[in-house]
Design a protein around this ligand. Structure first.
Ligand code: ZN
Length: 386
């Protein structure tokens, strides 16, 4: 994919520079498919000698293979193409966003699902929930028929860079070192991140995200955002970047009958406050809002939520100049009037230079966006690209 190259963000040490160059080569092979060393050098801006050297290492590591020579149809030695061996490695992935069940899968590097498993976790909290997750992870690793590159987990809550769940109220987890615990049991690299954060990495790796500055808004039982700028996940000083679900977006003025957005008065939120984004945008909130309405009423109700979402996100779009917002969740609710209402309001409230090129779409990964996001997290952490 043109323009999808990682860009260095700081002065790199020689050793880091080699790792960075290796990631550039892998990223190009991942997104653009088999190609020659010469084209890899042209696309990455690296010298042919550097590329040849890196490919030699990748061949030795079994990550790439050489294909039959590409016929040229004219004089000259045919060039050998190299290819990422996407089906020769597996990733075990877990999606912990479900309340009553936890979904797991084994995927290959291309994101193809090899096997799936579900663990019923209704009523499980604390250590019991942790045991269930650990059991499922072990079963998935046992399912894998190829060497496992790593284990990826997307979980609701605030999760620090070491994969410790700082706070996940839905499972009663506080300070749970999930990555370290699974890693010591499984003997594999384990990477854990917030569900919206992994979802945005999934969009980069598997969802066809165009720009390198993307926001994914994950709408399920709660609402969270994952943000990538210049290809890097934004985590924040307390690892809570993108926790937009409890922004206050509805206040007393909305009870006014002249309210053009017709959102009604602020509703109580699970966090103890009122009028949070989750009270109008979570899956249960959206379902309640459109229940019993005819088609026109449904469209207007969803557009009203979209416009209010646009008001909330406009400052974020202006601050970060993201090029794409991906809505992740039920497409029948999030696409159409809601997405259009949001984009209209963001454009209305920001400079054209900020938002004229902004695109809004629903995810193409469907129900698997967190699972494939967890795979994207492992690619990013283990191979250095997304
Ligand atoms: Zn709240």
């Amino acid at each position: 994919m043109v323009g999808r190259l990682l860009r260095p963000t700081a002065k790199l040490l020689p050793k880091d520079s080699r790792a960075h160059n290796r990631s550039l080569v892998l990223q190009h092979l991942f997104h653009s498919g088999p190609t020659t060393r010469t084209r890899l050098a042209d696309a990455s801006g690296l010298t042919r000698v550097t590329v040849a050297d890196l490919v030699k290492d990748l061949l030795a590591a079994g990550l790439v293979e050489e294909l039959e020579a590409e016929p040229r149809g004219r004089v000259g030695k045919p060039a050998t193409r190299v290819r990422l061996r996407v089906e020769q490695f597996h990733i075990a992935v877990l999606d912990l966003t479900g309340g009553d069940e936890v979904h797991g899968a084994v995927v290959d590097l291309s994101g193809a699902v090899i096997t799936r498993r579900v663990s019923h976790t209704a009523g499980l909290r604390g250590a019991d929930a942790l045991d269930a997750v650990q059991r499922l992870a072990g079963e998935l690793v046992a399912d894998a028929a190829m060497p496992v590159l790593g284990v990826g987990v997307g979980s609701p809550g605030v999760i620090d860079a070491s994969g410790t769940v700082v706070d996940a109220p839905n499972r009663g987890w506080t300070g749970v070192p999930l990555s370290a615990r699974l890693g010591s049991v499984l003997g594999l690299p384990v990477h854990v991140a917030n569900d919206a954060d992994v979802a945005v990495l999934g969009e980069l790796a598997y969802g066809g995200a165009g720009p390198l500055d993307v926001m994914a808004l994950h709408v399920g039982q709660g609402v969270g955002a994952g943000v990538v700028t210049n290809g890097h996940l934004v985590r924040g000083s307390n690892f809570a970047a993108g926790e937009v679900g409890h922004l206050t977006v509805v206040d007393e003025r909305d009870g006014d009958i002249h309210d053009p957005y017709r959102l009604g008065p602020p509703l109580p939120c699970a966090c103890g406050r009122t009028g949070c984004l989750e009270t109008i945008l979570s899956l249960p909130a959206l379902r309640a809002r459109v229940e019993g309405l005819d088609e026109a009423g449904r469209s207007e109700a969803l557009a009203a939520v979209g416009r209010r979402l646009g008001i909330a996100l406009a400052p974020v779009v202006a601050a970060l100049n993201v090029g794409e917002i991906v809505l992740i969740g039920r497409t029948d609710l999030l696409g159409g009037p809601l997405a259009e209402g949001m984009l209209t309001m963001v454009r209305h409230r920001t400079m054209p230079v900020t938002s004229a090129g902004l695109t809004v779409r629903t995810t193409s990964l469907g129900e698997d966006s967190v699972l494939l996001g967890a795979a994207g997290l492992v690619l990013s952490e283990e191979l250095g690209f997304s």
